[in-house]
Design a protein around this ligand. Structure first.
Ligand code: SF4
Length: 142
């Protein structure tokens, strides 16, 4: 993401990050900061207690986009990959509730995180094909 013109990605935190908070919270930009809805803190979050990001090592954004009128959720790792327990929970939730899921893995080369993330799709085969096509065409996923 870009914060006030500064690229931010794994290994390159936001210049306003103190490591435990934001040093300019009152002036944080609307997009993405104010608009960001962490799936853990939203009202009536379906995430169980153990899926708190600092424990489960995943950040979930519900309703990030839609596909054929279905809500699509997005999950990104805290670290390189979403741990299997958390990813399995998310896949099961997606299947039970008919919510296609996009999840990512951070790209790391020579021990250094890159800007890119590798996205995978979980859900109906048509959804997976749709995401594969968007990725191959270099188009945004949402
Ligand atoms: S809330 Fe503050 S620290 Fe977090 S991304 Fe926004 S400006 Fe940066």
């Amino acid at each position: 993401m870009t914060i006030q013109g500064v690229p931010v990605y794994p290994g390159k935190p936001c210049p306003h990050s103190t490591g435990s908070g934001c040093d300019d919270y009152a002036n944080r930009p609307k997009d993405p900061c104010i608009n960001f809805n962490c799936g853990w803190v939203i009202d009536n979050s379906p995430l169980p207690d153990w899926m708190k990001p600092e424990n489960a090592k995943v950040i979930v954004i519900f309703n990030k986009t839609t596909w054929r009128n279905l809500p699509v959720d997005v999950a990104v790792p805290v670290g390189r990959r979403i741990p299997p327990r958390a990813l399995n929970w998310l896949k099961s939730f997606a299947a039970q509730h008919g919510r296609p899921l996009l999840f990512s893995e951070q790209v790391k080369e020579n021990g250094v995180y890159q800007r890119e993330q590798l996205f995978s799709a979980h859900g109906p085969p048509e959804f997976q094909a749709h995401i594969t096509r968007l990725l191959s065409e270099g188009k945004p996923l949402w």
